[in-house]
Design a protein around this ligand. Sequence first.
Ligand SMILES: [Fe+2]
Ligand SMILES: [Fe+2]
Length: 312
Amino acid sequence: MAPLTEHRYRSIFSDSTPDERRQNFEDYLVYARERAGALLEHDKDLTSKREQLNRFRAHPVRSRRPLDDPRAFYRNHVVFRDDPATIDRKTLLWTCVYKFARHEWVGICAAWDASPRLVDAKTTVARISRYHLAEEFCHIRYFEEMFRTFGLDQVTWVPLSPVKQRLYRLFPRVPGALKFITELLGVTFYRQLDTLLDQLLGDELEARARVRDLLYEIMMDEVAHVGQRRNFLGTGEIRIARRLVAPFFRLFLRDLPESQRLLDINQMVRDGLTFDYSGLPVGFLEQTWIPSYCRLPSMPGRTQASIRRGQD
Ligand SMILES: [Fe+2]
Ligand SMILES: [Fe+2]
């Protein structure tokens, strides 16, 4: 794992005014465009992220040894058929990553069809939403690259059951507090994943480094998404969101049989409730996006976008 930053910001649950949030949306859109590049509607892709992925693909890294039993991955990645206790932890890691990413894939497919194209998006929030979804599609391609790194070349994205699929189609209409919590859950999951790479892949240094590079590309966006989704929430909503963190995390993870064996769920809940941008890998804070009201008063008052441009 990369060294972790100690630089402290304010809690993600800090209050904000409507004016601050309006300004922060504008700032976020500038950031998203700078980081992701131009949106390629037809391909659900973004130019900078595509270039980055192509760089990874041009220099592929593959694990030295295949998984003990790749068939165990394919047998259990969609639905767990075996007893998880009988599956080696490396394989469990990949079935767990698949299941988490699959939920994302289902959610974004439904949301993409329901949201206006960038040229038709009339508001800043609608433009942000289109960028956000395209970033999530890029993450799916990064996940596929992770699987390939460990010899899992046949991974396809399988729709959820019809009932759950219908539920996900409602996602664009769920309250903002829940959308925020799903992003927060994502970041706490990726932090656990980062720790697991050290615990489980010590015999695959090159492949582990590649997977970590891919993970950090995803995680950087997800940290920015936490702030962006938080920015939708007023005083009452952010209080409600805080109360929902623990039950939502536990409910979601109950559906992942691997979580009991791999993840420290109590720690994930704590990480969610205490999220203040500390403990992230060094270098993240300079590159991700953080709402202005999560910065301490003593910190520079520049916008995140202007920091990236090197302006005052
Ligand atoms: Fe995501
Ligand atoms: Fe996200």
